[in-house]
Design a protein around this ligand. Structure first.
Ligand SMILES: [Zn+2]
Length: 101
């Protein structure tokens, strides 16, 4: 049952990201505002930000994503993991020491 539950959870989260109108963060109905909105959700599961290039998002390899968030902390697309600006910075920071070897 765990497998099924996880699938349902993932689907729920994907929807929740797009329709976040419950808590006043309505993303679709605020077209009059100048707030920049992304289209690519960040691939990190705990993150609700956007990974659009125009918003500073980056694309990491699977290996890099595992280094930063573990083997289940991200969602990959076509072999890459899209991350938002802040996730990328977090990853970069955490992996800095490894680059210095
Ligand atoms: Zn993120």
């Amino acid at each position: 049952m765990n497998y099924l539950r996880d699938r349902v959870y993932m689907g729920f989260k994907a929807k929740a990201r797009k329709h976040r109108s419950d808590n006043g963060e309505d993303e679709k109905n605020t077209k009059t505002s100048s707030k920049t909105e992304g289209e690519l959700p960040c691939g990190i599961r705990d993150c609700e930000k956007f990974a659009d290039k125009s918003m500073g998002g980056r694309s990491l390899s699977i290996e890099n994503a595992i280094d930063g968030w573990g083997s289940s902390g991200y969602e990959a697309r076509k072999g890459r993991v899209r991350v938002c600006k802040s996730c990328y910075r977090k990853w970069k920071k955490e992996n800095k020491t490894e680059d210095m070897y």
